[in-house]
Design a binder for this molecule. Structure first.
Ligand code: UD1
Length: 323
């Protein structure tokens, strides 16, 4: 049994990690400033989690939170490409200053390892597919720059201070508990939510934009593997966490509409600023070095996700769905 600190624990991926670790009998601590996270995501495991409402930039708070921790799963961030395009300073403060503060605290508390939620957006308009970790990053949005900068910080803290760090470049993660209530929510959450409300979603661009959509259980397993992988293969390194398959927005729309029995055709709008056209992961490195296998496939994950949104609506206890 180990003691984990999850940053952004009340968020979508953070809370999914917390559920998995509690199920496995680990000690789980978590911090979240609740700016985009929601404590309802932890409702059924709240008794088993040592939670503190805290911003990552709170120097003394984060120092105290790192005391006695074995592994940090660093998910806390102000996510979203368009949010960062609109307000780069706020997302910079949260994503970069918050991470640097956490790294200093982790170093001083002699945390065993930090696993960082990096982003596939780092590849930007790098034209070659699939994306391999050794490719030169070409970030397009402030969000991508921030996520990439933190990868470099993680690597430098390993080289300069010996703090073990692993960067997981998430491709588009989706699943239950992903917030659906904001224009900054992930596309699968937004499409599902809108169709359930009888509204026709808008596809930005021609619908042929594609993403490597990865069900959240796969990201959870990647984090757990990254904590336990031997130091010489994992630390200071970057790993793609995708599936190796991509789907277009037209396919995503059709799949969700099919599950919900939603018949209207999509609206199409102009492409979104800062977006890239295609994104597909080469997962060879994560498979070989971490033993990562994306066992949950797209359609199966989508089925579970849509079912979860429907259940939440049914229960009429719909914090993540409220607008
Ligand atoms: C990006 C990053 C991802 C990161 C995420 C954080 C890339 C490849 N991926 O995802 O690593 O974790 O930001 O938020 O950069 N869309 C519509 N209609 C909508 C909403 C979205 O067509 O109503 C489109 C977007 O324009 C985009 C696609 O759906 O082309 C996916 O968007 P989104 O779910 O926001 O994720 P990314 O921006 O791809």
């Amino acid at each position: 049994m180990a003691r984990y600190l999850i940053t952004g624990i009340a968020g979508f991926i953070g809370s999914s990690l917390a559920h998995a670790l509690v199920d496995q009998g680990h000690e789980v601590c978590g911090i979240d400033n609740l700016s985009t996270g929601n404590l309802d995501n932890l409702a059924d495991i709240r008794h088993a989690v040592d939670f503190q409402e805290m911003d990552l930039q709170d120097v003394s708070g984060v120092q105290a939170a790192c005391e006695g921790i074995d592994y940090i799963l660093h998910q806390g961030a102000l996510a979203s490409v368009p949010r960062s395009v609109k307000d780069p300073l706020t997302s910079h403060e949260s994503n970069i200053n918050g991470t640097l503060n956490l790294l200093i605290a982790a170093r001083d508390a002699k945390v065993r390892r930090i696993v960082y939620a990096a982003s596939s957006s780092a590849y930007g308009d790098q034209p070659t597919q699939p994306k391999q970790e050794d490719m030169l990053p070409r970030p397009l949005s402030p969000y991508a720059v921030q996520k990439l900068t933190c990868e470099y910080y993680i690597q430098s803290f390993y080289r300069a201070y010996g703090l073990e760090g692993v960067c997981l470049r998430y491709f588009n993660i989706f699943g239950p508990r992903q917030a659906a209530d904001s224009p900054y929510s992930g596309v699968i959450a937004q499409f599902t939510f809108k169709m359930m409300a009888g509204e026709t979603p808008t596809i930005f661009g021609d619908g042929l934009t594609s993403r490597d959509f990865n069900y959240v259980d796969n990201a959870v397993s990647a984090n757990l593997l990254a904590c336990l992988a031997p130091s010489d293969v994992a630390t200071g390194r970057v790993f793609n966490i995708g599936t190796g398959k991509s789907h277009t927005l037209n396919e995503v729309y059709a799949a969700i509409a099919g599950q919900l029995g939603f018949t209207p055709k999509p609206n199409y709008g102009p492409p979104r600023e800062g977006d890239i056209k295609h994104s597909l992961a080469d997962i060879t490195r994560a498979s070989k070095e971490l033993g990562y296998q994306p066992r949950a496939h797209f359609h199966e994950g989508l089925k579970k996700t849509v079912a979860w949104y429907l259940e939440e609506k049914e229960k009429n206890q719909t914090p993540v769905l409220k607008r």
